[in-house]
Design a protein around this ligand. Structure first.
Ligand SMILES: *Cc1c(COP(=O)(O)O)cnc(C)c1O
Length: 216
């Protein structure tokens, strides 16, 4: 599906939910996609992209930025503490903050750099054993460490619903948690469920395969 088609679906879903389309950011998730497909989206004027691996992004994006100008880059994948230094320098937004060790390291690197990407705290809303994201019972502590103690720019919460559940339940749960913490942005919704996510208040939808076609 073209980026124009996606944007028009997003606009329709926003309107249906009584929301403004400008309050929903579409992040084109370009991980493992061939360059021609990425350029096709860039050529339509889209400038917001997401990746899940730092090394791939460092290989791919500098030359595209040189050619196309400023791109807003989001990191949506797991972040290891030994990659924080690069992540803070390269990305505008990080969606996968889920543990104290990461917050400590971010604080150090942001101090050194004098700036910090916008941050989402990833929440394991399904309490899945193997899944990334902070457990529900640890969310408040992690939030207060990042936002209150270190004044890091936490803008919202993020989730990836368990595949076997209806995503809307998780989106609504995340939306309540987000409000409870007084946060204004929410990162939720992917190719198969972004319309439900918008209905539940998502401000940052992460769309990969519906836009670029299947990966690899
Ligand atoms: C890959 C990925 C996406 C995009 O998934 P699609 O189903 O292809 O839209 C969104 N969010 C995260 C965290 C991802 O890893």
């Amino acid at each position: 599906m073209s980026i124009d088609k996606i944007l028009s679906k997003v606009e329709k879903a926003a309107k249906k939910a009584g929301r403004n389309k400008d309050d929903v950011k579409v992040i084109a998730i370009s991980k493992v996609q061939p360059l021609e497909r990425i350029k096709r989206v860039l050529n339509r004027g889209h400038r917001i992209f997401g990746e899940n691996r730092i090394q791939d992004s460092l290989n791919k994006w500098p030359s595209l930025i040189e050619k196309y100008g400023k791109i807003e880059l989001h990191l949506v994948g797991a972040l290891q503490t030994n990659k924080v230094k690069e992540a803070v320098r390269f990305f505008n937004v990080i969606h996968s903050i889920d543990r104290e060790k990461l917050v400590f390291k971010l604080e150090v690197e942001a101090q050194k750099l004098g700036s910090c990407p916008e941050l989402f705290i990833q929440v394991n809303t399904g309490n899945e054993l193997q899944k990334a994201g902070v457990a529900l019972e640890n969310l408040e502590d992690l939030f207060s460490l990042a936002k209150e103690r270190y004044s890091l720019p936490v803008v919202g919460l993020m989730c990836l619903p368990p595949i076997e559940d209806s995503p809307l339940i998780h989106f609504e749960k995340l939306s309540r948690l987000n409000k409870g913490l007084g946060l204004s942005r929410i990162s939720m919704g992917m190719s198969s469920d972004f319309e439900d996510a918008i209905k539940a208040g998502s401000t940052d939808v992460r769309i990969g395969s519906a836009l670029f076609g299947p990966r690899g």
